[in-house]
Design a protein around this ligand. Structure first.
Ligand SMILES: *Cc1c(COP(=O)(O)O)cnc(C)c1O
Length: 397
C-alpha cells in the first residue's frame, strides 16, 4: 500500500493553505529545493562546462524520461523530456501526419486545450491548403474517426471538466481506420494510471509541472511507440536530435529512436527539480493513487453539492469517466474562486464559468477536503464572492 502520509510529508505546503490547484502547478517537493541548490552551486558553480560530461547533464533528458515512462505505461528508452508541451504537440503531430501523407485531416475535439489546437493550426498553415483541423464535440470523436482522418489529436482528460476519453477504445478505433494517434497526457500523467503500451498509442506528450510537480517551467515529455521511433520525422531538427551532434556535420541526420525528438540544450536546473520531484513517485502505486483520488473526489463532490445549491457539477458524475479534478459551474465562478483564495483554498477558474479543483492524493487528505468544503460553503452561502475586488480579472486566472 502506498504511504500517503509519507508522500504528503515530502512537500512544502504553506501553513493554513489548502492547495487544490496541483492540476495546474504542483507544489514544491522539499527535495527539489535542495536539489536545485546543489545543481546550481556545485554542478554549475564548480563544474562549469565540464558538467555536461561529469554531472550527466547530456543524458538527463533520457534518464528523466525513463522515470516518467514508468508512470505512463511506457518502457525505458521510449520517452525524453525537453521544451514545452506546446512544442512537443507540434513535433508529435508533424511526425504523425508524416506517417500517412495521403491523408490530410487532423481530428480533435472542442474540449481540447487551445494551445494544442493553435499548434495544429500553425502546422497545417505551413503544410499547405489541403490540410484541415476538424473539431467535433468530445462525445462525437468515436463516430468521427473515419478513413479520411490522418491523425487524432486528443487530450485524454479535459482541462476544464475533467472528462476522460477512453484511450484504449479510441486508439483501437483509430487503428482500425488506419489513423495515427497523438495523446496529450497533460492532465493524466501523475493523475491516474496510463497504459500507453497496452493501448497501443502511437505518440504521446505531456507536461511535468502539473500532477508530476516538476515546478514552473518544468520540461515537457514525448513518447513515441517503438514501431515508429526510428522512422518518425523530427520536424524540429535541432542539433541535439542529430545522430552525432558533436560531429558538427552540415547536414541533419536524425538520431536513433526517441533521441531524435530532442531539439536543443536541455534546461538542466529545471530537469534537476523534476528529477527530485519524481523521487516521490518511486514509492507510489498508481492503482492506490487512483483509488484515493476517486475517494477524495467523491467526498468533495458530495460535500460541495450538498452545501452549495448554486453550484452545478461540470465534471462527469461517474468517477470512471473523470480524471483527477472536479469542476463546478457557477455564473460568478471567477469571483468565487478569488474569494476562496482569500480564505486559503486555492482553486482556479476557466472561462466562461468553471471553478476547477485538482484532487491530488500525494498531499491532500480527508481533513483538507472537509475543510475546503466548509470554506466553499461559507463563500457561497454568505456570498463572500460578491465584492468588487473579487470581480476584477487578473492576467492569470
Ligand atoms: C497545460 C497544457 C498545455 C500547456 O502547454 P505549455 O506549452 O506547457 O504551456 C498544453 N496542452 C494541454 C492539454 C495542457 O493541459
Amino acid at each position: 500500500m502506498t504511504d500517503f502520509a509519507a508522500t504528503r510529508a515530502a512537500f512544502h505546503l504553506p501553513e493554513g493553505m489548502i492547495y487544490l490547484d496541483g492540476n495546474s502547478l504542483g507544489p514544491l517537493p522539499k527535495a527539489a529545493a535542495a536539489r536545485v541548490a546543489r545543481t546550481v552551486s556545485e554542478e554549475w558553480g564548480d563544474h562549469l562546462i565540464t558538467g555536461w560530461n561529469t554531472c550527466g547533464w547530456m543524458d538527463a533528458p533520457a534518464r528523466v524520461g525513463d522515470r516518467i515512462a514508468r508512470l505512463i505505461g511506457a518502457e525505458p528508452g521510449q520517452v525524453v523530456v525537453g521544451d514545452t508541451l506546446s512544442i512537443k504537440v507540434y513535433q508529435a503531430l508533424a511526425a504523425a501526419l508524416d506517417l500517412t501523407p495521403e491523408r490530410r485531416v487532423i481530428l480533435s475535439d472542442r474540449g481540447n486545450f487551445p494551445s494544442d489546437l493553435y499548434m495544429a493550426e500553425g502546422l497545417i498553415k505551413l503544410l499547405g491548403p489541403n490540410y484541415e483541423l476538424r473539431l467535433v464535440e468530445p462525445e462525437e470523436v468515436a463516430a468521427a474517426i473515419t478513413e479520411e482522418i490522418a491523425v487524432t489529436m486528443l487530450t485524454e482528460v479535459d482541462y476544464r471538466t475533467g472528462r476522460k476519453h477512453d484511450m484504449a477504445d479510441l486508439t483501437r478505433r483509430a487503428h482500425e481506420a488506419g489513423v495515427v494517434t497523438v495523446w496529450d497526457l497533460a492532465h493524466s500523467a501523475g493523475a491516474l494510471p496510463v497504459d500507453l503500451t497496452g493501448a497501443g498509442a502511437d505518440f504521446a506528450v505531456g507536461c511535468s509541472y502539473k500532477f508530476l510537480n516538476g515546478g514552473p517551467g518544468a520540461p515537457a515529455f514525448i513518447y513515441v511507440a517503438p514501431r515508429h521511433a526510428s522512422n518518425a520525422l523530427p520536424a524540429l531538427s535541432g542539433w541535439l536530435g542529430h545522430d552525432s551532434p558533436f560531429a558538427f556535420d552540415l547536414d541533419y541526420r536524425a538520431g536513433a529512436g526517441i533521441a531524435r525528438m530532442r531539439v536543443g540544450t536541455p534546461p538542466i536546473v529545471q530537469i534537476a527539480a523534476l528529477d527530485a520531484a519524481l523521487d516521490v513517485w518511486d514509492d507510489v502505486d498508481m492503482t492506490d493513487l487512483r483509488e484515493r483520488s476517486i475517494a477524495l473526489s467523491e467526498r468533495f463532490i458530495a460535500g460541495a453539492l450538498d452545501a452549495c445549491p448554486d453550484l452545478s457539477l461540470a465534471s462527469p458524475r461517474d468517477p470512471d469517466a473523470r480524471g483527477s479534478q472536479v469542476s463546478f459551474r457557477f455564473e460568478n465562478g471567477y469571483a468565487a474562486i478569488q474569494a476562496l483564495i482569500a480564505e486559503g483554498v486555492i482553486g482556479d477558474f476557466r472561462a466562461p464559468d468553471i471553478m476547477r479543483f485538482g484532487i491530488t492524493p500525494l498531499y491532500l487528505n480527508e481533513a483538507d477536503i472537509d475543510r475546503a468544503v466548509e470554506i466553499l460553503a461559507r463563500v457561497m452561502g454568505d456570498r463572500l464572492w460578491d465584492r468588487p475586488e473579487f470581480k476584477a480579472r487578473k492576467a492569470v486566472t
